[in-house]
Design a protein around this ligand. Structure first.
Ligand code: PBG
Length: 330
């Protein structure tokens, strides 16, 4: 007896496969993370992230025009802050003329429809490389939230569409939402890094911004007291639930490829757009394997991005945004 049910009928050729496909990938799904540095005509390649540059605002603007033409409609912004501007309070983070604020304004002036999502966290501004203010050898939650609120309002004043708190302090979404409402920015959204794990996959990013926790006995050497423990899945639901209750518009899971179960869990439990961050270390792994000829770069890139969609992600922050958009256009 041969089977009546033959799933292979639906895989017979590309036409039928494309008819029954359950998800699709488009440049509309992408958010490109960009690294900004001071100066003019400055471009520095991140050694562990081939093809990704930390660059000055003038060059960034040219790149933003280019990615808009490729169909990418959103950017996450990260700035590298000169060390003389760093301290324990992170006050440069809400300087109205700071590099982040200048960048937000310049991008919105160039392409008003581009969705600008600045990162909200103190680590690039902290002498300690932590996402919060330190006191008694601890990351102080409520003092940090006050700083994040000032930072978020200053991003809104500069023209941000969404602020993107990536710090994992408790209660920051509610505090930021309230401050945005009170400051006259009811339409500025919040993309919350709701389930962000303490991950070794962030290594190359910390090189890009020179923002790794400093080696000092007085302060925690890692971010495990605020970012989540990667043994836990259900705890992510509590984090997400809390952020939604406090007013998040989009919730993010981070990192990406090793956390597809979390993306699926969040998507199945809440009716809110879910974003996922394919982080620096994931990009570095694929680039390194491809450079050695061990993997087919383009195929693995598209497969990894499609897996996010299949898992339930609506938006994808990825350093591959530009390359993938180019490939999807052809
Ligand atoms: C810090 C921040 C990090 C990333 C985004 N925001 C690093 C960290 O938490 O230490 C990582 C992004 C990446 O690795 O691509 N607020």
């Amino acid at each position: 007896m041969f089977p009546y049910n033959r799933p292979r009928r639906l895989r017979k050729n590309e036409s039928v496969r494309s008819l029954v496909r359950e998800c699709s990938l488009s440049p509309n799904d992408f958010i490109l993370p960009i690294f900004i540095s001071e100066g003019k005509n400055v471009k520095h390649e991140i050694s562990s992230m081939p093809g990704i540059y930390r660059q000055s605002l003038d060059l960034t603007i040219e790149e933003v025009k280019e990615i808009w033409d490729l169909g990418i409609k959103a950017v996450n912004i990260y700035v590298k802050v000169n060390s003389d501007l760093k301290d324990n309070t992170g006050k440069e983070a809400w300087n109205p003329d700071g590099l982040m604020q200048q960048t937000i304004k310049a991008i919105k002036d160039t392409i008003p429809e581009m969705i600008v999502m600045p990162d909200v966290a103190l680590d690039p501004y902290s002498i300690y490389g932590h996402d919060g203010i330190i006191g008694n050898g601890q990351i102080l939650n409520d003092e940090t939230v006050e700083a994040l609120v000032k930072m978020s309002v200053s991003h809104a004043e500069a023209g941000a569409d969404f602020v993107a708190p990536s710090d994992m302090m408790d209660g920051r979404i509610g505090a930021i939402r309230e401050a945005l409402e009170e400051s006259g920015f009811p339409d500025v959204g919040i993309m919350s890094y709701a389930a962000k794990y303490a991950s070794a996959f962030y290594g190359p990013f910390r090189e890009a911004l020179d923002s790794a926790p400093v080696d000092n006995q007085e302060i925690p050497k890692d971010k495990k007291s605020y970012q989540m423990d990667y043994h836990n899945a259900y705890e992510a639901l509590r984090e997400v639930e809390e952020d939604i209750a406090e007013g998040a518009d989009i919730v993010m899971v981070k990192p990406g490829m090793a956390y597809l179960d979390i993306v699926r869990l969040v998507k199945e439990n809440y009716n809110i757009p879910v974003s996922v961050f394919q982080v620096s270390g994931e990009y570095a792994m694929i680039k390194a394997a491809a450079a050695n000829g061990w993997l087919d770069h383009d195929k693995v890139m598209i497969e990894s991005l499609t897996a996010f969609k299949r898992a339930g992600a609506d938006l994808i922050s990825t350093y591959f945004a530009k390359e993938a958009a180019k490939l999807l256009q052809t």
